[in-house]
Design a binder for this molecule. Sequence first.
Ligand SMILES: Nc1ncnc2c1ncn2[C@@H]1O[C@H](COP(=O)(O)OP(=O)(O)O)[C@@H](O)[C@H]1O
Ligand SMILES: [Mg+2]
Length: 283
Amino acid sequence: MIDTAGDGGKKPGEVFLSARGLTREFGTGKSKTVAVNKVDFAVRRGEIISIVGESGSGKTTLAKMVLGLLNPSAGEIIFEGKIRDISTQGKRRLYWQNIQAIFQDPFSTYNIFNKVDEVLMDCIRLQSGRLRGGGNLSREEKFEKMKNACKFVNLKFEELSNKYPFELSGGQMQRLMIARIFMLKPKLLIADEPTSMIDACSRATILDMLLKLRDEVDMTIVFITHDIGLAYYISDTVYIMEHGLIVEQGTADQAILHPKSDYTKRLLGDVPKIYEPWDLNSA
Ligand SMILES: Nc1ncnc2c1ncn2[C@@H]1O[C@H](COP(=O)(O)OP(=O)(O)O)[C@@H](O)[C@H]1O
Ligand SMILES: [Mg+2]
């Protein structure tokens, strides 16, 4: 774990979100897959946890259950001290005010016919829908908010505002998605393989922006990756997942520098440089 806060490591707060026995099966009989198998995990406020596993290990299924996009077959999610209840549309909307996601392919997340300023303006609308009276921002105030969000991710609003998503690079588009998150300020961010479709150079930048969201906006982040090196770079706590099961968990140092499970050791075998000074550009 990297101490980016420079304050000797902020102590994460109380448990914010946790899961008990979280399970999801697909299919029945011979074709049954247990994609997520009795998973327990906990995230403290202001913490970054990583879920690491190879393709097919159940990471996205887990993320979708946390997001409330997929019902668990068994188990429960505890959010802010209470068992999460999203049984009605109203309750689900309330839950969704606290949580946002970024996915592997930033281009698939957004309406491709929306220009950059529309993407950001949507966030202002979403927010002002929530805050009573907050919808009365002047045109200048709205532009100021959008410029500020672009500045947070090192994009120049003036150069991009009139562009369509397909005119941006993958790295720029993912940064725009992070600018959105910066504006919406959810309490919890689920980032499902956010760097796996972009070039190595932008990858480090995206990770640093996630760290900045945690350090400057106090966001709690669940980072999902197949790349144990990225998990080591960004996380406080790491969970290693194999065939739906958590096979290893601990602080980034415990789980990655002193792994107990053979599966973790095998994942580490794919990253020979882990014990050497970290060079993200080659990750
Ligand atoms: N909608 C679905 N229907 C059937 N099987 C699914 C579905 N979604 C995921 N699976 C299966 O669940 C397992 C875990 O998939 P997934 O959560 O996407 O893994 P990961 O994100 O780690 O690559 C895989 O075997 C996958 O084929
Ligand atoms: Mg996935």
